[in-house]
Design a binder for this molecule. Structure first.
Ligand SMILES: [Zn+2]
Length: 307
């Protein structure tokens, strides 16, 4: 597998990525368009994002903000501040749509609709894609490749290193078959270093509300493990302004940043910078030309999944 070529004097990259979902996560992610959920998204835009921008400024850090176009169109002023502060804007869908619930045509239409917003508001075409639902449809990788993205950041085939995205042919009564890896670089995500599952309360869906110190220790341990054990490691974190921006959470988050800054050779980078520093090895290049198998075999008819 290839590796990230670190800048001189650096041994580990840290991407403090932000998923700036605001109100969109409660639409496409949870189908909860009620005033209470809209107010939680509003908090993310009006309070959380401002606190995060101030924190990053204080520590001299630029990050990648995966921002659904719905957030840009709803809260243009704060999104402009993110852009003006030099942060990377990544593609994160339009209304935080779940790609497994839409067909290829709709997925492409929404991807293009979001591109239009990024172009109109900022004059840019993002080079990085993060699937809103951290999941792919059968078409997502094709669409990501066709759109010309440099990298994707939605999957979990590694934890502390980028990799070339695998296509898998999925079978049941014979082994799965690896297809060609993509030219799109995967900068993985992880639910363990994401604030949402542990800390966000969503009635009927997830408990959240975990003890902040416990979560902080987990984030720090993942960092320490990568720092000590993984050559050319990348720590790919994701936080949500409406969650991490809560007073007690942002205090823990700052402790994490201070811990990282206390270690020699830590490179705070955007996902784009990390992707641009990637170098394939011969194995990556060989796997790009494997036969193009794909598809998911139907569930065996005699296997009875409880309903
Ligand atoms: Zn999101």
């Amino acid at each position: 597998m290839g590796k990230v070529i670190m800048p001189p004097g650096k041994k580990m990259a840290v991407s403090l990525g932000v998923d700036f979902d605001a109100q969109s996560i409660w639409l496409g992610g949870f189908n909860r368009p009620s005033p209470s959920f809209m107010s939680r998204g509003e908090f993310g835009a009006e309070v959380g994002a401002t606190r995060l921008l101030a924190l990053f400024k204080k520590h001299g850090i630029t990050t990648s903000w995966f921002t659904p176009a719905h957030t840009v169109d709803t809260f243009p002023a704060i999104c402009q501040k993110v852009f003006d502060a030099g942060h990377e804007i990544g593609h994160h869908g339009y209304y935080h749509e779940n790609p497994t619930l839409i067909n290829r045509e709709t997925e492409k239409r929404l991807m293009d609709l979001a591109f239009k917003t990024y172009k109109n508001r900022f004059g840019i075409r993002p080079v990085g894609y993060r699937s809103p639902y951290w999941d792919y449809s059968e078409s997502t990788l094709d669409l990501v490749e066709e759109a010309g993205f440099l990298y994707d950041s939605s999957l979990m085939g590694r934890d502390l290193t980028p990799y070339r995205v695998n296509r898998w042919q999925v079978n049941w009564e014979s082994g799965n078959v690896a297809g060609p890896v993509s030219k799109v670089l995967e900068i993985p995500v992880s639910w363990y270093i994401d604030d949402f599952p542990a800390l966000a309360y969503v009635g009927g869906a997830q408990e959240g509300l975990a003890d902040t110190d416990t979560v902080f220790r987990r984030w720090r341990d993942v960092f320490d493990y990568g720092y000590e054990n993984v050559p050319n490691a990348v720590y790919p974190m994701a936080v949500h302004p409406q969650i991490i921006g809560q007073a007690h959470h942002i205090m823990a988050y700052e402790r994490l940043i201070e811990h990282m800054k206390s270690r020699e050779g830590v490179w705070f980078a955007t996902c784009q910078q990390i992707a641009e520093a990637w170098q394939d090895d011969e194995e990556d290049i060989r796997r790009m030309s494997l036969p193009d198998v794909r598809g998911v075999a139907p569930k065996p008819a005699d296997y009875h999944w409880p309903t």
